[in-house]
Write a protein that binds this ligand. Sequence first.
Ligand code: FAD
Length: 549
Amino acid sequence: MAHQPFASTAQDMLDAVSRFLAAPPEGTPREILDAFSFQGRKSLLPPKLFLETVEQAPIAISITDPKAQILYVNAAFEQLTGYARDEVVGNNESVLSSRSTPTSVYQELWQAIQQRRVWQGKLVNHRKNGEEYLAGLTISPVLDAEERIAYYLGMHRDITEMHRLEQRLKFQTALTEAALDAAPVAVAMLGADRRVLLKNQAYKKLLKDFQNAEPARLFLEALEQQPDFDLNCICKGDCAEQGFTNIEVRIDPPGGTAPRWFACSGVRVSELDEAAENYFKQDSQRCYLLLIANDITAARQRIQEARMNLIRGSMVEQQMNHTMREAISAAIFKLQVPLNIIKAALAIPGNGEDSGLRIVLQQAWETGEDAMAGLQHALPTPKIEQSAVVNLNEILHEVIKLSTETLLSSGVVVDWRPAPVLPPVIGRANALRALFKYLIDNAIAAVTSIPNENREIRLQTAVTGQELHVEIMDNGPGIAADTRLKVFEPFFCGWRQAKGHAGMGLSMAQEIALDHNGGIEIDAHFLGGCRITVCLPLAREGGAHGEYA
Ligand code: FAD
């Protein structure tokens, strides 16, 4: 159907549209104004210039009467739909409908534009050659001087490819998520601020197991305690490696449940920055960390069981050694007293060199010295143990396990509150195990020494500054103020039933703590029992005692 845009109504239409664009109604999409390049223009454009602008706009534009009869289409419309201007002018816009758009969409469209609102949405159109495409359409009502709808201004573009990409992206995201969810390992994607952006089912389960403490945070905390691990370097891409593989970390979940072990791997993932201001900076990247944590607790537990048997064996040997040392040391201590008296008596002047008493004393002193030398000789030499990086949560957990039988038989409940992630200390594992065994044995002896329905021992680990604190609390009778210093003396025994106690435990424990550059304190203000704190220095990189070699 032939049509003359500049004949009869064309001038009115152009004027109306021009007026509309010069003072666009509130809510007019920016892209309409952009397409006409009329932003901020208050005066009317001359019809010829207006037509040229619309003609050359890179988006399909049509102007219809209030019944959607097409009055004008631009060149981009012809190009997109395949219809020549003459073929569509005078027809309804429905000429483009592919009949796959649901009627409800048209109803909503008409309801909006008839109420003078701008409508934006998607319709399935077909070109003249029958090929279907997805149209992203915006329709704005254009009012006449009496505020009646005079025309509709339609603008659309082919968004099929964008939709296809969107669908593909959605599919790929769904596929990735399904694959991640099916994976038996916990996977999380972290942003540069360490926030979790994506997580799989196994990770969500861990979150539950850790009582909502973010697993990624705990993993990174534990990883960062490993020597030579530098997450910042990995994330900034400054390191040779793009990630890390199978670093084993121990996590003590909040709530005192059994420790868990994970083999952690991480890969640096960079994404080109899509921010507009970084368009020309091709090397502008955003860094993410794909964190993968494989739960290896079961395998570790098997190794741990075997280790526990070894520890048990060496603890028995160590205990025997200590008992012998205690007994011999006690004998030496006791023998030293009369020997000192004899020595003093011999030193008193006046007795003739060969008086009978002096001879007897001399013989007694020599025999005593011989016996002393024999005892010194019989003292078992303590085994030399090498210092190594030690996790105190692990040591304490082992000592609790070693004491399980005694705890169960005496009805003592252990409230175990480890710090979820504990930095290492440098120490001799066997000696530290002995230290805590002395203290836990004492706590068990204390809670069972008085009638008590709820026998409880609480063990807690925490980091304060550069020190690691282990608190051992019991609800036994406590230690009286006047004996708080004496309890650390060798052979001091304050138990009501002293049988079986040599009084060497605390002095040995203190010796071990001092030997590790630490100390043991009894909390004077703790009521209703006893609180003993063991402080040990944290391992620092460098060398020497308390430092990584
Ligand atoms: P119809 O039976 O004609 O209409 C379906 C439903 O739409 C009806 O049940 C009714 O609720 C509503 N409706 C239709 N016409 C009117 C009306 N005049 N007044 C009130 N309600 C009405 N459609 C496309 O498919 N593709 C396009 O690219 C497109 N561009 C448009 C651009 C403009 C500026 C305008 C104003 C409309 C455009 N339309 C477009 C809508 C088009 O005019 C038709 O309404 C639509 O194609 C449905 O037509 P139909 O013959 O399939 O169904």
